[in-house]
Design a protein around this ligand. Structure first.
Ligand SMILES: Cc1cc2nc3c(=O)[nH]c(=O)nc-3n(C[C@H](O)[C@H](O)[C@H](O)COP(=O)(O)O)c2cc1C
Length: 187
C-alpha cells in the first residue's frame, strides 16, 4: 500500500500576484499521486527573536507544527538583491529554533526559484541551499531555475507553457524518488 507523502510548500513571496505562488500552485496541481503539496503560509510569522525561545509566539508554534507534520519541504522562492527574501529567511529561522529542536531536521527538501529575469533567481536558490546544508535538509540536487516567469501564466494564473509543465512534471517525479530515498521510514 502506498501512503501519500505530505510536502510543506514554502513560498518566499507575500505579493498578491506572486509568480512564485502561481508556480507553487502549478506544482501542487500536477503533483504525482504519491505526493500531496500544501502551501504553509509564512506572512503572519513574527520576526524571530531568540529571547522568545522558551515561549515562542503562537503563530511560530503553529508554523513549526506544520513543518514537523510534513514528510518533506519544497521551497519556491524569488530572489531579492541576489539573496532570499527576508520573509523566507525569517521562516527558516523560526522553524530552526530553539537550538536542537529544529522542525527542518532531516526532512528531504527541494528548491525551485522563480524570476521574471533571465537567470531564474539562481543566487537565491544557492543561498537557500547553503542554509539547508546547515539545517540537515537533504536537498534534491536537481536544479530548477524558472526564468522569464512573467510570460509563463495567463491572466487567471494558469501555466501557459507546455515546456515548463513538462519540466515541472519531471522535477516532481525526481523529488518523489528523492523523498522515498531520504524521508523518515513510514509509520
Ligand atoms: C526588493 C527586491 C529585490 C529584487 N531583487 C532581484 C534580484 O536580485 N534578482 C532577480 O532576478 N529579481 C529581483 N527582483 C525582482 C523579482 O524577481 C520580481 O519582483 C518577482 O516578481 C518577485 O517574485 P514574486 O512575483 O513571486 O513576488 C527584486 C524585487 C524586489 C522587490
Amino acid at each position: 500500500m502506498t501512503t501519500t507523502r505530505r510536502v510543506a510548500v514554502i513560498v518566499g513571496s507575500l505579493r498578491k500576484d506572486s509568480l512564485n505562488r502561481k508556480l507553487a500552485k502549478a506544482l501542487a496541481a500536477q503533483a504525482p499521486a504519491a505526493l500531496s503539496l500544501e502551501i504553509v503560509e509564512i506572512g503572519a510569522l513574527p520576526l524571530y527573536n531568540q529571547d522568545n525561545d522558551a515561549t515562542p509566539p503562537p503563530p511560530s508554534v503553529a508554523f513549526k507544527k506544520s513543518i514537523e507534520a510534513a514528510d518533506a519541504v519544497l521551497f519556491v522562492t524569488p530572489e531579492y538583491n541576489r539573496s532570499v527574501p527576508g520573509v523566507l529567511k525569517n521562516a527558516i529561522d523560526v522553524g530552526s529554533r530553539p537550538y536542537g529542536k529544529s522542525a527542518w531536521n532531516g526532512k528531504p527538501g527541494a528548491v525551485v526559484s522563480v524570476s521574471p529575469g533571465a537567470i531564474g533567481a539562481f543566487g537565491a536558490n544557492h543561498q537557500l541551499r547553503q542554509s539547508l546544508v546547515f539545517l540537515n535538509v537533504p536537498a534534491l540536487p536537481h536544479e530548477a531555475y524558472i526564468g522569464g516567469a512573467g510570460k509563463l501564466f495567463d491572466d487567471k494564473g494558469a501555466l501557459t507553457s507546455d515546456d515548463t509543465r513538462e519540466f515541472l512534471k519531471k522535477f516532481l517525479h525526481l523529488f518523489e524518488k528523492w523523498i522515498e530515498a531520504n524521508a523518515a521510514p513510514r509509520a
